[in-house]
Design a protein around this ligand. Structure first.
Ligand code: 5AD
Ligand code: SF4
Length: 473
């Protein structure tokens, strides 16, 4: 219930999205798989790797689980609610399986390690459990499960990056794509389960990243988002010439693929985003003016408990630095309300920091204790649920006000908008985004524009979530 409050503006609002069938380059498939993904963008990106592995092994995708031979749930553990949702879905699939005994059900992703015994043995909800670093073994595990055995591989790896696998773009708009550049996380924020579910941080071979982006561009894609839990600590050593590739270098390499390929990235940790990255962004117009910079809390005391390694003042200076190098940069953040021991004063610090940074958008959550994390071991989850809820409401209300104010400031401006498709509300309007990542809606008119085109749009209205404009002819 509390969670739904935050869903309006949070990334992981893409809950349980299933993929439409894929017509895969004329290949014949013996069997069908269905995959539903939960959680962060990385999980959605992983599902595209899984689809590629399955296509190579005779499985084609279907958007209808009732006809699938293999039903997969790519799961998220970041908050308790996400886990509950997955359990409910598994029960629905079990009912289908009762009438189709040959059907196999698998759990992938972040819940795999923690809940493998529960799902397989105690509740007998699934046949296959595969962790995020073991997707290459999925075909073997399916074969094992077909013989009636329970098939599990939740081993984490220090070097798996799936660099050589070409993701199958599932449910794609053909214009924007996500490209995974690293996996895992070494940061150990005390509230976060990711370092445990996804393992150590490792960076993917830069050459394979540039190749994937070039390939996407050649297929007509116009925007890539480079994905990692902490992209600014990207580091890859090119053994052919001994050159180290940092995130700033990688950004430049991808920006050089083509000036008409937009480049975005997510997520940045405030402690790691360098001046070099900001300067590289300033040098290339096709690197979008938008940074997602999770703050988590505005109180230095809470930030310390969260192990974020920066203070409120340090974060504020980072925001100033970003805006001095990139004055028109869009900023968004992640905020957690009601972390262990958070006082009313700490909460006010969060609100005032939001006012300071004037975020265009935020992903807002209330704290949900995750087993095994530093916070679960060290601190008491002592902020009562109704207090968490009220604080989250105040945060959401403030963000709604800030988003509307920021959008109003854009009225009268002209932006270059990349068209991504029809507006959700009307097929007579296009929907796209500007460099700052704001959604822009405008009438199609008879300008002969197409999905994937860039168009200059003058803004003449807005809501808190959308800019509304007209093409400049
Ligand atoms: N409770 C609430 N929110 C969390 N996040 C991560 N772990 C938790 C948790 N235990 C949020 C953080 C992070 C985003 C992806 O999810 O804000 O940046
Ligand atoms: Fe979790 Fe912190 Fe790593 Fe993000 S940076 S994945 S919040 S540990």
């Amino acid at each position: 219930m509390l969670e739904s409050l935050s869903s309006k503006v949070h990334d992981e609002g893409r809950q349980g999205e299933a993929y439409a069938p894929v017509v895969a380059d004329g290949r014949e498939f013996r069997k069908k798989f269905y995959i539903e993904s939960y959680g962060c963008q990385m999980n959605f990106s992983d599902s595209e790797i899984v689809a590629s592995i399955l296509n190579d092994n005779g499985f084609g995708a279907t958007g209808n689980y009732a006809e699938a031979d293999l039903v997969l749930l790519n799961t998220c553990s970041i908050r308790e609610k996400a886990e509950q949702t997955v359990r409910n879905r598994l029960q629905v699939f079990q009912q289908v399986k009762d009438n189709r005994p040959g059907m196999l059900i698998g759990v992938l992703g972040c819940m795999a390690e923690r809940l493998k015994e529960k799902f397989l043995e105690e509740e007998k909800l699934v046949d296959i459990v595969v962790g995020p670093d073991a997707y290459r073994t999925l075909p073997g595990l399916v074969a094992e499960a077909e013989t009636g055995q329970k098939a599990v591989n939740v081993l984490l790896s220090r070097d798996e990056t799936y660099a050589d696998i070409s993701p199958v773009r599932l449910d794609s708009n053909g214009v924007t794509a996500f490209v995974s550049i690293m996996r895992g996380c070494n940061n150990m924020c005390s509230f976060c389960v990711v370092p445990f579910t996804r393992g150590r941080e490792r960076s993917r071979d830069a050459i394979s990243i540039v190749r994937e982006c070039t390939d996407l561009f050649n297929k007509g894609f116009k925007e890539v988002t480079l994905l990692g839990q902490n992209v600014d600590s990207y580091y890859w050593l090119d053994e052919t010439n001994g050159r180290a590739v940092t995130f700033a270098h990688l950004l430049e390499m991808v920006a050089l693929v083509d000036p008409s390929l937009r480049v975005r990235f997510s997520t940045s940790h405030p402690k790691d985003i360098t001046d070099e990255v900001l300067q590289t962004m300033a040098r290339y117009e096709n690197i979008c003016r938008y940074i997602h910079l999770p703050v988590q809390s505005g109180s230095t005391r809470v930030l310390q408990l969260m192990n974020r390694t920066y203070t409120r003042e340090w974060y504020q200076a980072k925001v100033q630095r970003i805006l001095s190098v990139l004055p028109d940069c869009g900023l968004s953040t992640d905020i957690i309300a009601g972390f262990c021991s958070e006082t009313e004063e700490d909460h006010q610090d969060t609100l005032s920091l939001m006012e300071y940074a004037r975020y265009d958008m935020s992903y807002m959550f209330f704290y949900s204790e995750r087993p095994g994390t530093l916070a679960a071991r060290r601190y008491k989850d002592d902020v009562p649920e109704e207090v968490k809820k009220r604080r989250l409401e105040e945060i959401v209300r403030l963000q709604n006000r800030l988003s509307l104010e920021k959008n109003k400031e854009d009225i009268g401006k002209i932006f270059t908008v990349l068209i991504e498709g029809d507006s959700k509300k009307s097929a007579a309007d296009w929907r796209g985004r500007n460099s700052q990542n704001k959604v822009v809606v405008f009438p199609k008119g008879d300008a002969g524009l197409q999905k994937g085109d860039y168009v200059q749009v003058r803004i003449d209205g807005c809501t808190g979530a959308t800019l509304i404009g007209r093409p400049v002819i």
